[in-house]
Design a protein. Structure first.
Lengths: 148, 509
């Protein structure tokens, strides 16, 4: 399987799911002269389906999918998990606490940096960005327990 | 002409008064800060500071708000070049080659070229605003929904045609972006589409989380764990300024970007975004070394940056001359003028010459201020690259999350950014370009609305698109691009994009 074949099939499948969802949500299609809310997404999903099939059909000469290098995936998962933690914790723990925990994990655990430097970096960035955005620019950032 | 010079003298007498000069400076400083920080953006910056101008007179208020607007456009390139985080959608194209230049140790040159290009574009486009405002505004008014639809479609086709690699893949990405752009409330009927009970999705996917995810987060996912992470840069003072050759390479892109940005800027819609995308596409097409694009081409920074700053001035044309805002930012500025009892429109120049010409002159002064402010800051900003990558990428992630969250105070936006980061990472591995997705997300609501408005105007007849000359010409040009690509495909020959893609593969292997 080549890269283009994999991506073409993926795009076509995604488009098929969108078409199915459009039908399942019972969005009115309207007519050619008077398009309804399902018309534009339906047309785009059809276009994407056709494009996906075409990419797959014409992709015989592309590089093989097995040649892709995914060596960084462990790091990627850790970064993704940290971001997901931030999204979950931001409004529960507050901005400062969330950022301190996230940075300590990324720099201290994943990158294995010196603990004191990690702590100082995490605290400085969390408090500094909070001061800049919340205090100076008046962009309200979430506060956690005890108003921290 | 003598009248214009006389009026300009009046304008400078207003703009150079200490109080107006002070507010222009404050606006430029805040704007630069707003632009540098990802996520805040000029619209949020102007909206937040609008109440602060209520106590001022109209000239000072509009001068300060305009300073924030073009200051943000200047500053927006900084994070794009240094961190691959677009401060706002117009900086997306700067990310590609600006960041590549930074990784080659040319961050200072990229920032300087962006600043000088922005200055030239800003200044020249003010001349255009001054001389051509009334006639250009009338042309802009002749752009109804059919013309707008044709222009938007042409913008997408130009981008797909000019992109490296397969036009089919670029069009697939544009279709994916457009599809993502349909999420939310249907503007014509109020139906909710693909929101699955998430109220925040009702407004659709924000451009900032999509752009930051596809560019910033995807970059970090791809590079942080790479066997050889990006090296620490230690830029020397002499490396901060562009070389003579880099200046030479940027001269024509700046000129083309300025003209293109101004002309697109006067049109309704997200003009400055389209201007930067189209400018990048054109620069790649006309370049003698298109294979350098994506790998640190000077023209890839100079063109789009000039275009988006020039479009900023262009956007003021319909606002001042006709009282018709061409986008959300001019709309907020229009509101600011009206709060101060000023009615923009054809009579503004006659009734309030001091305000109109003072504003024009303040834009010249503001652009000089921004250049003076930004060039020395290049040396400060590039020091970010001295930070070792294990510290730099977590900090960039924090800024990305913070910036995205700050736009709407919504965690949903952070999730969108994360999802787009993963999508961008996978698409990058599969050799797809992600810029058309961002453009698609921006344009989807505009395209759909203008299509349905056009059909409502014509009682459902599609012939409206060929009966109106401007729309017909734009669509014919778009069709020609598609046919040109099909012709190449049928002939089984390799066109310039395929040759370029092959050359790139050859380089990397």
């Amino acid at each position: 399987m080549t890269i283009d074949r994999v991506s073409g099939v993926g795009l076509a499948l995604f488009a098929a799911v969108v078409l199915e969802e459009t039908w399942r949500q019972r969005l009115p299609l309207g007519s050619l002269a008077n398009p309804g809310p399902a018309y534009f997404p339906g047309a785009l999903a059809t276009l994407l389906l056709v494009a996906g099939v075409a990419v797959a059909a014409l992709g015989a000469g592309a590089a093989r999918a097995s040649s892709l290098d995914w060596r960084e995936w462990r790091h990627g998962v850790a970064i993704f998990a940290t971001c997901a933690f931030c999204a979950l914790a931001l409004e529960r723990l507050g901005y400062r606490l969330t950022v301190v925990i996230a940075l300590t994990f990324l720099v201290g655990v994943i990158e294995r940096r010196w603990p004191a430097a990690t702590g100082a970096f995490a605290l400085a960035l969390a408090l500094g960005t909070f001061w800049l955005f919340d205090t100076l620019l008046r962009v309200p950032l979430p506060r956690g327990p005890f108003g921290f | 002409m003598l009248d214009v010079l006389h009026n300009l003298a009046l304008g400078f007498s207003v703009a150079l008064s200490p109080a107006v000069l002070f507010y222009a400076f404050i606006g430029c400083v805040i704007g630069t800060l707003v632009g540098v920080l990802p996520g805040v953006g000029p619209l949020a910056g102007i909206s937040l500071l609008l109440p602060a101008t209520f106590g001022m007179d109209a000239t000072r208020a509009i001068v300060m708000l305009a300073g924030i607007y073009y200051g943000a456009m200047y500053g927006g390139s900084t994070t794009s070049i240094l961190m691959r985080i677009p401060g706002e959608a117009a900086s997306v194209m700067t990310c590609i080659d600006g960041y590549a230049m930074a990784r080659k140790g040319r961050a200072g040159a990229a920032l300087a070229i962006a600043a000088v290009g922005s200055y030239i574009a800003g200044t020249v486009s003010v001349v255009g605003l001054m001389v051509m405002a009334p006639p250009l505004a009338r042309i802009a008014l002749s752009f109804g929904p059919p013309e707008q639809l044709a222009l938007l479609l042409l913008g997408l086709l130009v981008l797909a045609y000019m992109s490296s690699g397969s036009m089919l893949k670029a069009l697939a990405m544009a279709a994916l972006g457009l599809l993502l752009g349909t999420i939310g409330i249907d503007q014509m009927t109020g139906y909710m589409r693909y929101v699955y009970g998430v109220v925040e999705l009702g407004d659709g996917l924000g451009v900032v989380p999509v752009a930051v995810g596809l560019f910033g987060v995807a970059e970090i996912l791809a590079t942080a764990g790479a066997p050889t992470p990006p090296a620490v840069m230690k830029p020397k003072l002499r490396e901060l300024l562009p070389t003579l050759d880099e200046w030479r390479q940027s001269a024509w892109p700046i000129a083309r970007g300025t003209v293109l940005g101004f002309l697109i800027g006067i049109l309704p819609g997200s003009a400055h975004i389209i201007a930067s995308f189209v400018s990048y596409a054109i620069e790649r097409r006309v370049s003698r070394r298109p294979q350098e694009f994506g790998h640190g081409a000077v023209a890839g920074v100079a063109g789009p940056e000039s275009a988006n700053n020039s479009a900023t001035s262009g956007a003021f044309v319909p606002m001042l001359a006709l009282g018709v805002p061409s986008g959300p930012i001019p709309a907020v500025m229009l509101a600011a003028l009206m709060v101060h009892g000023v009615a923009p429109g054809p009579l503004l120049i006659e009734n309030q010459p001091a305000l109109f010409w003072g504003f024009i002159a303040s834009m010249y002064v503001g652009n000089v201020m921004l250049l003076i402010l930004n060039l020395p800051l290049v040396g400060v900003f590039v020091n970010i690259l001295r930070v070792p990558y294990p510290y730099l990428y977590p900090a960039v992630l924090v800024f990305a999350i913070l910036g995205v969250y700050a736009v709407n105070n919504s965690v949903v936006d952070v999730w969108i950014m994360l999802a787009m980061g993963v999508l961008g990472y996978v698409l990058r591995k599969l050799e797809f370009e992600t810029a058309p997705i961002v453009l698609g997300v921006v344009l989807a609501p505009l395209i759909e609305l203008s299509l349905r408005q056009s059909l409502a105007m014509s009682a459902g007849h599609y012939s409206i698109f060929v009966q109106r000359p401007i729309a017909a010409a734009l669509l014919a040009f778009g069709a020609a691009l598609v046919l040109l690509n099909l012709y190449t495909f049928v002939r089984r020959g390799l066109d310039w994009r395929a040759r370029m893609a092959l050359a790139e593969k050859g380089d990397s292997s």
